[in-house]
Design a protein around this ligand. Structure first.
Ligand SMILES: Nc1ncnc2c1ncn2[C@@H]1O[C@H](COP(=O)(O)OP(=O)(O)OP(=O)(O)O)[C@@H](O)[C@H]1O
Length: 584
């Protein structure tokens, strides 16, 4: 229960619902227990009438009617109470589920990129959905059934002891055995259903990957191979399902068996006591109903125990993520304005998961409004420089300075607010083009969206779509070409009018002519914006104020286009190569 203590703060928040729920449950059980008593007394009325010598049908009918009305009235009150019991307790569990999901989501958003690299998306999704659902079973049904069982048991036992103490003792003997058996079965059911769940998620992951990669599967003609793998997996899944169904099939027969045993005990012992004139016929009837009334709540003790165990395990997984401290923290609440100077002072950076030193002793100074182009072979550390400027990671050695201040001392949210970042793989949401561009500036007007799209040279493509800017992108919408995606992603960055613009090889899918037009537009737009362009193309780099050539994380060459084309190094060779490709 240690992990579940985390939820106590939610119970405090919803204490009104909880207390009312508990009270109503207790009162409703009191009424439930009246029903067997009333049925018992009805049987006694009939019994007395049949045995009596002087039969007054009018009195008999009146007594019968009174009992029937009381039974109906009690049943109605119990029904209403049960409704409110669920309203308070189950609703409370839904509120807690909602709060907990929001809390986890908020924490996920705070966590650094490294956390996402270390944990699988499926695991993150599971903890916020499946695990929270398991915990909800504890905060709702488990609490409700526990109160139900405790109050019903206490009230029924008082009534039973008052009516026939010896018979009560005999009647309750099988109940703990029932509870223990149900507990054992519930545990086994849980074990097997976890395996079934795992297989279901394996099946859906497999199907999802197959559908996403369907073009590759078809192109390589491996449909049969994929089908064999799927059949194998679903066969295993079916076997696990059958094993679960087998154990579930035990549940009800076992309950029936134990109820049957209790009923036989009541009839046998009760019958003997009736013959000895110790109890009435009505009491036997009353007890048979009690046995049936108590069986389900007693069975739920086992079930509730297993729910609590599952919830404890799930809350442990949730707590693990809630307790993770974000590696990148905002160090100041004060707002820090950003002007736009960027400096790297002997920066060395090693990724802690792979131990790859991506940057070695990098230094450069970039003034507000200047453009830096970074060029280099794949894996040379270009993107890592951008990650450090947007503080997705902190440096291991050296300093990254923005406006001569250490980047770690700036307000993180202000910094990111002023950055327009265009990643290597343009990511667009399944939403309209309009909203995808506006993502960079929520309150942007339509004219601003159009202006940004024009500057990113994608406006003409957009207006050619049937729904224009309202075209839906993504799975259920239109599929854009790589170059179109990149340009929408650029429009999203420039609409923000950021102080720092970071382009990570985001013109690679755009032809050189369009690239030139976009870069020319940017030149005019970004006179006060410091820009870093990561690229493999000389055409993207040549107009930059400074160019850096990276090689295995080190600066191999540094200068302007003019200087580097004369230097005879990697840049020069690349320039010659790309020039000859252009001419041919
Ligand atoms: N998140 C990460 N975790 C661990 N290692 C990483 C991570 N990102 C990059 N690396 C490693 O760091 C090195 C530099 O990567 P980086 O992405 O900065 O190179 P790049 O020059 O941008 O490459 P490309 O031109 O292919 O995009 C590579 O060896 C890469 O494998």
């Amino acid at each position: 229960m240690k992990e579940l203590q985390y939820l106590n703060k939610f119970f405090k928040t919803y204490k009104k619902q909880l207390i009312l729920g508990i009270l109503i449950t207790a009162i409703s059980k009191l009424f439930t227990v009246f029903v067997p008593k009333l049925i018992g007394s009805t049987v006694d009325v009939i019994d007395r009438y049949l045995k009596s010598d002087v039969k007054d049908i009018a009195i008999f009918k009146a007594e019968l009617l009174q009992n029937i009305l009381l039974i109906i009235g009690t049943a109605i009150i119990t029904g209403i109470m049960t409704f409110y019991m669920r309203q308070y307790i189950i609703n409370m569990s839904r509120y807690i589920e909602f709060d907990l999901k929001n809390e986890i989501y908020k924490q996920y958003q705070k966590l650094s990129l490294n956390f996402y690299k270390k944990n699988r998306t499926g695991d993150l999704m599971n903890r916020i959905s499946e695990d929270v659902s398991q915990v909800r079973m504890y905060t709702g049904p488990a609490i409700m059934y526990s109160i139900n069982t405790i109050t019903l048991f206490l009230v029924a036992l008082i009534f039973m002891f008052k009516a026939a103490p010896t018979l009560t003792l005999y009647t309750i003997i099988p109940l703990p055995i029932l509870s223990l058996l149900i507990y054992k079965i519930s545990k086994e059911i849980h074990k097997r259903s976890t395996i079934v769940q795992q297989y279901l998620s394996k099946l859906s992951t497999f199907s999802q990957e197959t559908f996403s990669g369907i073009s590759v599967i078809k192109a390589y003609h491996i449909e049969n191979h994929t089908l064999t793998d799927f059949t194998e997996l679903s066969k295993e899944s079916k076997e696990k399902q059958i094993s679960l169904v087998q154990i579930q099939a035990f549940f009800f027969p076992l309950m029936m068996l134990l109820i049957g045993i209790s009923n036989i005990i009541v009839i046998y012992i009760g019958g003997k006591q009736y013959m000895n004139n110790e109890i009435s016929l009505g009491t036997i009837t009353e007890f048979i109903i009690y046995v049936n009334l108590l069986t389900w709540p007693v069975a739920t003790v086992g079930w509730v125990t297993s729910i609590i165990q599952q919830a404890e395990a799930s809350q442990k997984r949730i707590n693990e993520f809630l307790q993770v401290e974000p590696e990148i923290k905002n160090t100041t609440k004060l707002s820090t304005p950003i002007d736009g100077d960027i400096s790297f002072k002997n920066v060395t950076f090693t990724y802690d998961d792979t131990n790859i030193t991506a940057l070695k002793d990098i230094s450069f100074d970039l003034k507000k409004g200047e453009t830096l182009a970074i060029i280099g072979k794949t894996g040379s550390g270009k993107s890592t420089i951008l990650d450090l400027v947007s503080r997705l990671y902190d440096t291991n050695q050296g300093e990254v300075l923005i406006d001569s201040k250490n980047i770690a001392d700036l307000n993180l949210y202000d910094l990111r607010e002023h950055i327009g970042y265009v990643p290597q793989d343009a990511f667009l949401f399944s939403d309209t083009i309009n909203n995808n561009v506006k993502f960079g500036k929520e309150n942007a007007t339509e004219a601003e969206v159009v202006e940004a799209a024009k500057n990113a040279y994608v406006h003409k493509n957009i207006i050619n779509f049937k729904d224009g800017y309202d075209t839906i992108l993504g799975e259920r919408g239109i599929t854009l070409s790589g170059g179109q995606k990149q340009r929408i992603s650029i429009a999203r960055a420039i609409i923000k009018s950021p102080k720092l613009l970071l382009f990570d090889d985001c013109l690679s899918a755009v032809d050189t002519e369009t690239e030139e037009k976009i870069l020319n537009n940017l030149k005019e737009l970004t006179t006060a914006t410091t820009t870093i362009i990561v690229t493999h193309r000389i055409s993207s780099a040549k107009n930059a104020d400074q160019i850096i050539v990276l090689d295995h994380g080190r600066i191999a060459e540094k200068g302007t286009h003019k200087e580097l084309t004369k230097a005879g190094g990697y840049y020069h060779k690349l320039y010659e190569k790309q020039l000859s490709e252009k001419d041919s």
